[in-house]
Write a protein that binds this ligand. Sequence first.
Ligand code: DX5
Ligand code: ZN
Length: 221
Amino acid sequence: MSRDIKIAPSILSADFGHLADEITAIDKAGADYIHIDVMDGHFVPNISFGAPVYKCVRSATKKFFDVHLMIAPTDAYLKDFVDAGADGITVHAEAGPHLHRSLQTIKSLGVKTGVAINLSTPNDVLTSVMDMVDMVLVMTINPGFGGQKFVPSSLDKIRDVRRRITESGYDIDIQVDGGITAETAPQVIEAGANVLVAGTAVFKDGPSGYAKNIEAIRGNN
Ligand code: DX5
Ligand code: ZN
């Protein structure tokens, strides 16, 4: 099945001093999703921002707020993230303690569900939750920081996840995150990804470059 490619700029690389303007700019530049990286300094070695921050910029766009939680545990905060304006929430399979329960909670809150897997996480963790997942996020770096180099071994993980999804018969997107550029994008798309997160490669040139950068990642030069 051929899927539309969606580009999800990560606001981790935006100018936090002008976050609402930055979100308006990537919306106008053709972003499909707004990727929101929440980090707790515990699950990953970096702290970004939480629900109160993105709640303040929710009105800057109508686009899909794609919230990537790099926090552990997650469950006590899921309602706050939805109330702040998330359209979809992705939790890491490693965040624990009960992935199935976290996904049940996200579904019950009425938003899309995502499961992220790290480079070292066996893809088998997906087997028992395939029926409750809208998107699998295959990390293409170790999470925690923007600007890292794409890890090529992630391509085999993406292929294996795509095979599992096809065999399951469910309609599940594959998102990739980390080191995605106009050069690595064709590789991850070929492997089966259809939602591409990019921070550095979108925001690198300032607002006048956003549209060009998004289209280059999408494959339209
Ligand atoms: C890292 C985040 C990413 C990050 C990607 O843990 O999940 O979304 O912003 O940044 P780039 O595109 O610069 O690798
Ligand atoms: Zn992310």
